[in-house]
Design a protein around this ligand. Structure first.
Ligand code: ZN
Length: 306
């Protein structure tokens, strides 16, 4: 039996922390589905554990917010699978995705055994021959935008794990796709940072960006994350999110050059670089795709977003 541990991003960018009594006022995204979701509540010590068909959410939030959190996870799961999985089956996730909402950084770091880690969200998954056998998200409720930026970002990684059957995505695409789900406010913050990078001409060459592995050094992160989100946006705009995922899948097998020809009629990474250069000549013209808006155009998801 082959097991693979797939530890994805540590969502931690741009000083988004707001220390204080964020637990009591954390805004859970209002994304209740049109159909009521069956929820059960248990408690274990300080934890409220709310179970839905696909999630087991552990938090110390007030009960109403804990329920809203779980409903929000279900809504995001549907939304993300609609976007990224062409023929998503309707089966529930088994095992369920565990979601832990930690009260603060010390609790988060202690649980994950990462002393000093300043991230606010992380995802881990295990796969057995392409099937997900473990899904887990940890987020920090003392970050101001944990529920509408970090949580959908991490949920995207979980859905991508399902879509790609445990095969590692190129780093730029894994993070670029995850960032498409973040809030408009988070996008504004990232865009401001990235336009600064464009102005100082410190972006990656596309050939370097698409082959970057692991976490870039701290001084390169604004460039890496901003450019990954921008490049994902550029390619998603050419067709659909699901077709972008097909392109990424093929690029893993046959390389970016041939996959760009097959999916976007571009003559490899060189042509993509040229198109990129034209786009970013005016940093003000760069913008990001917002996935909730993009997929909100389909009737089923639009109804869910109302
Ligand atoms: Zn990530």
């Amino acid at each position: 039996m082959k097991w693979m541990t797939h530890l994805t991003c540590w969502f931690s960018l741009f000083g988004l922390f707001s220390f204080g009594s964020a637990l009591a006022e954390s805004p859970i995204a209002n994304s209740s589905p049109s159909q009521p979701i069956p929820l059960t509540l248990k408690t274990s010590g300080p934890w409220k554990i709310i179970e839905s068909p696909n999630f087991r959410c552990w938090s110390q939030l007030p009960e109403a917010e804990a329920r809203q959190l779980t409903e929000s996870c279900e809504a995001w799961r549907s939304r993300l699978r609609t976007a990224w999985i062409t023929e998503a089956d309707r089966a529930d996730w088994s095992p369920k995705c565990e979601v832990y909402v930690h009260a603060n950084q010390p609790a988060y770091n202690q649980t994950l055994r990462r002393p000093g880690d300043a991230s606010v969200g992380s995802t881990s998954m295990n796969f057995d021959q392409g099937r997900t056998v473990y899904r887990r998200i940890d987020v920090r409720a003392d970050a101001s935008d944990w529920s509408n930026a970090a949580l959908p970002h991490e949920l995207t990684h979980v859905v991508l794990g399902e879509r790609f059957g445990g095969h590692a995505l190129p780093r730029w695409a894994d993070e670029g796709i995850a960032m498409l789900s973040e809030s408009a406010e988070k996008h504004r913050e990232r865009l401001e940072n990235f336009q600064g990078v464009l102005t100082t001409r410190t972006t990656f060459k596309i050939s370097d960006l698409v082959t970057t592995k692991g976490m870039p050094a701290p001084h390169l992160r604004d460039a890496f994350y901003g450019q990954s989100l921008a490049l994902s946006s550029l390619l998603v705009r050419k067709s659909t999110p699901a077709k972008f995922a097909d392109f990424i899948e093929e690029s893993i097998r046959i390389g970016h050059d041939q996959a760009l020809k097959n999916h976007y009629s571009l003559n490899g990474v060189t042509a993509l670089q040229q198109e990129w250069n034209d786009w970013v000549k005016q940093p003000q013209s760069v913008s990001f795709v917002s996935l909730p808006i993009q997929v909100g155009k389909t009737p089923a998801v639009a109804a869910m977003l109302e």
